[in-house]
Design a protein around this ligand. Structure first.
Ligand code: NAP
Length: 464
């Protein structure tokens, strides 16, 4: 049985690796999801068949309650609210890690790692690390959830000596782990829980505004390492492998997001970024204000029909309005008129990594028309039209020109270089980072005010 379960765990691990590989590109992402589901089915069934499982009723009850809640949430959740849902789920992974470690600490014989008061030293290190990372993930994810849900301010909360305090708490945690390993006492274990809970809060509170995407992938990574920690305590190889895969892929994604936002990964890990760039100056953006020119869908249709090339820039507003199907219809009509149509995707457009890619794929937009920022940015200079639909921050030149701006340093899509720029949005409101966009006042900009889906449908009608 042991050999068979090891073999099946290996198959599940390979499936998870194939899943990650598949999910790295929109073309293969369905296949990747399939591998992920197959791997998880093999993993769960194999674990349930292990001889250490003595009773099923608690497991079935847990699956029924958790699965039931998960099913209802998955049915109800709006795609734009996924980031906060992911954050909430990460908090549960962190909490589970703390609970498993504490149960192993108080009933070590059940885990075959010693008796109370005399636990193997290696196991104490593993459970202390699992507890610390799990507790940090728990409170950090709760703060991220509250920020993304708008329950607390999304702005970075900064205070003096923040880094020193965080570094001090980090060192204190290491000292407590040493104390725990040497003494096997209750006090250091509970102090590790308390200090790590506080550290989770303090690490995520200072991060805010446009930097939240990195936080989500970072907490994803933390939750993976917490799961790997539980894997060591439970002596379950698959959990160690899976946790490490989640941990490392989350870390790689954080790195990619940091590159997209032009932030330093070390600042993220230390929980101090967003604070030193004057993030509080919400209305930064500056620039000479011209007048706002509002156009009609008919104007847009006329200009685009007579254009040679149109670059579409989708953003959060497209997701809110669910305008992707109407958008594809518009692009199809323009292509029929001989216009070259491309889509430009900013790495943090929308509210979660890959948000725009998912929506465009849902509307069957051909993958070869969708380009990443670095592959398309220079094309704006020769484009006739940039059609910005519900995007704002990702086009804001304040990121290049205003060092006081919270988005300063983030690479942006250079839409203003196109001959004409259309912005579809409901009013003059700022985007997620709370920064005014001076492009709305530029002479080559025409605002198309209204809900993104409605306006696009009207453009479609006027193009037909
Ligand atoms: P954005 O800067 O948040 O701007 C979205 C714009 O859409 C708003 O200015 C809003 O203006 C408009 N809008 C909202 N609902 C609309 C509707 N129904 N119809 C038409 N327009 C609508 O979006 P973005 O340019 O995509 O930038 C993303 C921002 O979110 C970045 O700051 C990024 O850092 C942050 N963020 C990203 C992630 C991620 O992982 N991608 C996660 C969290 C945060 P009106 O209200 O005037 O209509």
């Amino acid at each position: 049985m042991e050999t068979l379960s090891a073999l099946l765990y290996l198959v599940a691990s390979v499936c998870f690796i194939m899943a990650l590989r598949g999910l790295s590109s929109p073309e293969t992402s369905r296949q990747g999801n399939f591998f992920g589901m197959a791997g998880m089915t093999i993993a769960v069934l194999t674990t349930l068949a292990l001889p250490i499982v003595q009773s099923y009723w608690m497991i079935v009850l847990g699956i029924a309650i958790g699965g039931g809640i998960g099913y209802v949430i998955a049915k109800k959740i709006e795609m734009t609210a996924l980031p906060q849902l992911v954050a909430a789920f990460h908090s549960l992974v962190g909490l589970a890690a703390v609970f498993v470690a504490l149960s192993a600490f108080y009933s070590p014989e059940a885990y075959g790692i010693g008796v109370p008061g005399a636990i193997a030293k290696g196991s104490l290190v593993e459970m202390a690390l699992g507890t610390a990372i799990g507790a940090i993930t728990f409170t950090g994810s709760i703060v991220a959830f509250a920020k993304l849900q708008g329950l607390v301010t999304g702005k970075p909360l900064v205070f003096p000596f923040q880094h020193h305090l965080n570094a001090g708490l980090g060192i204190l945690t290491i000292l407590l782990i040493v104390w725990l390993v040497q003494s096997n006492a209750d006090a250091p274990m509970w102090l590790i829980v308390a200090v790590s809970l506080a550290l989770g809060l303090l690490l995520i509170l200072p991060i805010g505004g446009a930097d939240m995407p990195v936080v989500i992938s970072m907490l994803n990574s933390y939750s993976g390492w917490a799961a790997a920690g539980i894997g060591f305590t439970l002596q379950n190889n698959l959990l160690i492998v899976t946790g490490a895969l989640v941990g490392s892929s989350g870390a790689i994604l954080s790195y990619i997001m940091c590159k997209g936002m032009n932030r330093s990964i070390f600042n993220v890990i230390l929980g101090g970024f967003g604070g030193d760039s004057g993030a509080s100056s919400a209305a930064a953006g500056g620039g000479e204000r011209g007048t706002v020119k509002a156009g009609s869908p008919e104007d847009a249709a006329y200009i685009m029909k007579n254009a040679q090339s149109v670059i579409i820039v989708p953003g959060y507003g497209m997701a809110v309005a669910q305008a992707q199907h109407a958008l594809r219809e518009m692009a199809d009509l323009l292509k029929k008129e001989g216009v070259e149509v491309k889509y430009a995707i900013h790495p943090v457009a929308g509210r979660m990594p890959g948000h725009m890619n998912v929506l465009l794929a849902e509307a069957n937009v051909p993958y070869d028309e969708v380009f990443e920022l670095e592959d398309i940015n220079r094309d704006f200079g020769t484009a006739d039209v940039a059609f910005v639909i519900g995007a704002n921050d990702v086009t804001n030149p304040a990121a290049k020109t205003d060092p006081q701006s919270p988005i300063y340093g983030m690479p942006i899509l250079d839409v203003e270089k196109a001959k004409t720029v259309f912005f579809i949005k409901r009013g003059m409101a700022a985007g997620y980072a709370g920064v005014e966009n001076e492009l709305f006042f530029r002479p080559n900009t025409m605002m198309l005010f209204g809900d993104a889906k409605k306006v696009t449908e009207e453009v479609v009608k006027a193009t037909e």
